[in-house]
Design a protein around this ligand. Structure first.
Ligand code: FAD
Ligand code: SF4
Length: 511
């Protein structure tokens, strides 16, 4: 071989121009390496998912006629190769190749590591051809701005990519935003369609992880793994979403229930983050489903979905590249409490948290509003250190890759970025949770009480959060009403609430 091309575990895009022709001189390399499996404590299903998808991708490339070298964790460890670049360097020397190429990583850490290595050996970086915006599009759009308004970025993306636009370059229905229609609460008799599962035995990966003493979190029941790991499976999952769940996606995107972990969400983040599916084909499929049956799938459903992908997803990537590496250390609210251990065990009497955490540990999945308004909200109003919160989110979800995890966690959810992403913190009392879910009905705590042994911890923590950050948020026009409500409580009630909050914080491990 003359040329070695590296593929990372989240670069499994068989439609990339690299694969348009078969070249006998070129070898593609994929490595399971220890540094990647241990840079945080990953969910066991996350490591399993990446290794299975990488192995299947190597087989697929061979099927297409390409030359592939795949090194398992057993092999890279036996050769004492810890990091990606150690693996690349070893193989390049072994094969005597003269050219090295890699695809631009989405992780800052790997970007630096590979750039340094490429400079040393004269390697070349190529685009992943996955995203619909360039790394620095967002930075250019918001140059000199204190806040990056997602809505502005999203409209720009709709225009630029001609998605749901009319012939005059205006939004197809004359309206950009359907958020008001997308906050529905679940009717009593609604059913949840079963989503396709791709059940396979993953004992061999569980044993591999065990053999190398890799610390993991979460659970994988009976070593069965159910996420799609090949492109064919991912396309089937996309079709299943468009056929069975897209019709209610927008309306109930903020709803939560004890009866179903997925509701009408897509569960396509792993498929997209590994690049087995492109964002363009995902939104094209959703728009086509809407166009084929606009009576069943109303516009607000498809617009809500498109917004998540060409809006939030591309936007977060832009924020990441505009703000790294400093973003990894921001803590503008100066929060410093440890996150309770029950985030890792699920053992809490708070029903909403018990559901959101146990579901995350069982499935490596929680939908957006569980992440933002249950686990994230609690950590925020508690005052947990963003490092702890990041460690949990980066580990627990199958889709957790730093570019999209840290921006959502430290930025959107924990507001450690000083308000770059959100104009107002995503904090709430039990009132919101009770409105949007059925969690409170069967909870040990009383969602109406603010003080007393059975008072819902969210209530006192919520007011405590507002009170301790009064200077910062009082002037925020979107929060004026909240501060007025706090004033109206009078000093006696305020003191009782703050005392209860202090107790909750001190006893957070036992809630
Ligand atoms: P759906 O609700 O069906 O949405 C469809 C797609 O839109 C998702 O697959 C995803 O690709 C995209 N999307 C939706 N919201 C966002 C968002 N806020 N940012 C980026 N993309 C979005 N997403 C990750 O992919 N990886 C993460 O590590 C991650 N960490 C998060 C941490 C916190 C604290 C929060 C609040 C959100 C996080 N998200 C993350 C965003 C979002 O919650 C997940 O993308 C989503 O829950 C994945 O499930 P789904 O495919 O069913 O999503
Ligand atoms: Fe969660 Fe409080 Fe409701 Fe219990 S009462 S489910 S802790 S919001």
């Amino acid at each position: 071989y003359q040329r070695l091309r590296l593929l990372l575990g989240d670069q499994l895009n068989e439609q990339h121009s690299w694969f348009a022709t078969v070249n006998e001189d070129t070898v593609y390399a994929l490595f399971e390496c220890h540094a990647e499996a241990t840079y945080c404590e990953h969910h066991i299903q996350k490591i399993t998912g990446f290794f299975l998808a990488m192995r299947a991708f190597a087989d697929r490339l061979r099927e297409l006629g390409h030359q592939v070298i795949y090194r398992t964790l057993d092999e890279t460890r036996a050769a004492k190769l810890e990091r990606i670049t150690d693996c690349v360097d070893h193989l390049a020397k072994d094969l005597g190749v003269t050219a090295f190429e890699y695809l631009l990583p989405d992780e800052y850490r790997l970007d630096v590591e590979l750039k340094e290595y490429a400079e040393k050996v004269g390697g070349v970086a190529c685009d992943t051809e996955h995203f619909m915006s360039a790394r620095d599009d967002l930075a250019q759009l918001f140059e000199g701005k204190q806040t990056y308004l997602m809505e502005r970025f999203y409209r720009e993306m709709r225009k630029r990519n001609n998605v749901l636009m009319d012939a005059n370059g205006e939004p197809a229905t004359g309206q950009w935003n359907y958020d008001q229609e997308n906050r529905g609460t679940l009717p009593k008799d609604i059913s949840f369609p079963a989503a396709s599962v791709f059940d396979r035995d993953a004992s061999h990966i569980a044993e591999l992880i065990d053999r190398h003493d890799i610390q993991t979190m979460g659970r994988m029941k009976d070593n069965r793994f159910t996420y799609p790991v090949t492109r064919t499976e991912c396309l089937e999952a996309l079709d299943d979403f468009c056929t069975n769940r897209l019709q209610f996606f927008g309306t109930y995107q903020d709803a939560m229930t004890v009866h179903d972990p997925l509701l009408y969400h897509a569960n396509l983040s792993f498929a997209m983050n590994t690049k087995l599916l492109t964002p363009r084909e995902v939104i094209d499929a959703a728009v086509a489903a809407y166009q084929a049956d606009p009576e069943a799938i109303t516009f607000n459903q498809v617009e809500g979905f498109v917004r998540q992908i060409i809006g939030w997803r591309e936007y977060m990537r832009g924020v990441y590249w505009a703000q790294m590496p400093e973003f990894e250390h921001v803590n503008s609210l100066e929060h410093d409490l440890s996150l309770p251990r029950w985030y890792w065990t699920g053992e809490t009497k708070m029903n909403c948290l018990s559901h959101a955490v146990n579901q995350s540990l069982d499935l490596a999945y929680a939908h957006h509003i569980q992440r933002l308004m249950i686990t994230g909200n609690f950590a925020l109003i508690l005052g947990a250190h963003p490092d702890d919160v990041d460690a949990w989110y980066l580990g627990v979800y199958i889709d957790a890759i730093q570019w999209v995890e840290i921006t959502n966690t430290r930025g959107m959810s924990q507001r450690a970025d000083g308000g770059l992403i959100a104009t107002k913190p995503y904090c709430s009392s039990a009132n919101y949770i009770n409105k949007m879910s059925d969690y409170c009905k069967s909870c040990h705590y009383d969602h109406k009480q603010r003080t007393g042994d059975r008072a819902c911890p969210f209530n006192s923590l919520y007011w405590d959060f507002l009170d301790r950050h009064r200077e910062r948020f009082e002037g925020n026009f979107r929060m004026k009403m909240m501060y007025k409500a706090w004033e109206r409580k009078g000093s006696e009630e305020q003191t009782a609430i703050l005392e209860r909050a202090a107790w909750v914080k001190a006893n957070r491990e036992a809630l």
